[in-house]
Write a protein that binds this ligand. Structure first.
Ligand SMILES: *Cc1c(COP(=O)(O)O)cnc(C)c1O
Length: 296
């Protein structure tokens, strides 16, 4: 079976503060980030009858790309349904969309028939399903081991959420740590609802932090690009442009959370920057943003 080895943990300094960084972006060259954790169950277990994966979501999604890698690794077909593909993307394939097509993804615009058969595996949008627990539990155990080796009595964990699946299962398997997260899709109430759908017991839910202003997923915000540039300048690490900027902005706005040692989970998604970065570069002046102070 294919091996996805465990990821390293680095120390970074950002805005004068030391953070630990779990590099799930470095898990494997093609199968990495939290989608690799969430889909690990399907990589590791035997599915003698399965010939095809069917899923749906946006045409630039990180989950779509990771499923195309999984399908290729397993020799399965991959069919993916989107509501819409922007003309610009169709004419100039790039980012997750191009890489997934290169891996053999068959993309359809419209609603597919998502009824499972003996030979098909239906994957929910963004990998929001209980099988994700299998790989996220392994991530939790890596963190527990690392914390022991480094003799840290206390450790807070932070990661930004989409569906909230990763944060939820991580908190469930890290009962001795506080897991903090912020909503990047929808608001706190939406994220709470997502948690409840996967786990009724609220005691095992992560703690939700948020910023006052409302942000729309996938839209461009000056402050998001600015913190992304600063992170790269100061730490040398490339973060994703959809989730991490809001994650870091939320985290740095909550000093009580970083008063204890903090482990930030880098959940990958950097291939998606190929579509986000040119949009940002067209809209904002990079040099100007680099010279501004972020914490204002
Ligand atoms: C998918 C994704 C998330 C969100 O994960 P959820 O489990 O849906 O909360 C966060 N960051 C990156 C880089 C992702 O690709």
């Amino acid at each position: 079976m294919l091996d996805v080895t465990k990821s390293p943990t680095n120390t970074i300094i950002f805005e004068g503060h030391t953070f630990y960084l779990k590099r799930d972006d470095l898990l494997h060259t093609d199968f990495s980030g939290n989608k690799a954790r969430k889909f690990y169950y399907f990589l590791e277990n035997d599915f003698p009858d399965i010939k095809k994966i069917i899923s749906y979501g946006s045409a630039q999604s990180n989950a779509m790309y990771s499923l195309s890698v999984l399908a290729k690794m397993r020799g399965w077909e991959f069919e993916y349904f989107v509501e819409h593909i922007a003309d610009y993307v169709k004419e100039n394939p790039h980012g997750n969309y191009k890489s997934a097509l290169d891996n053999g993804m068959q993309i359809h615009v419209g609603r597919g028939v998502l009824s499972p058969t003996k030979n098909t595996l239906i994957i929910e949008e963004g990998g929001r399903q209980k099988e994700a627990e299998y790989g996220i539990k392994i991530l939790a155990h890596e963190i527990i081991e690392w914390q022991k080796e480094n003799k840290l009595d206390e450790l807070n964990i932070f990661l930004p959420s989409g569906t909230g699946t990763t944060a939820l299962f991580l908190q469930k398997h890290l009962p001795d740590n506080a897991v903090y997260t912020n909503p990047c899709v929808g608001d706190s109430a939406y994220l709470k609802k997502q948690f409840l759908e996967l786990e009724e017991d609220e005691k095992t839910h992560p703690t939700i932090l948020s910023l006052e202003k409302k942000y729309h997923f996938g839209k461009l915000y000056r402050e998001n690009y600015k913190i992304w540039l600063k992170l790269q300048q100061q730490t040398g690490v490339v973060f994703d442009l959809l989730y991490d900027p809001l994650g870091w902005r939320t985290l740095t706005a909550h000093p009580e959370v970083i008063a204890k040692p903090l482990l930030y989970i880098h959940q990958g998604g950097v291939l998606g920057n190929e579509s986000m970065l040119p949009r940002y570069e067209r809209k904002y002046n990079k040099k100007e943003l680099e010279n501004e102070n972020i914490l204002q």
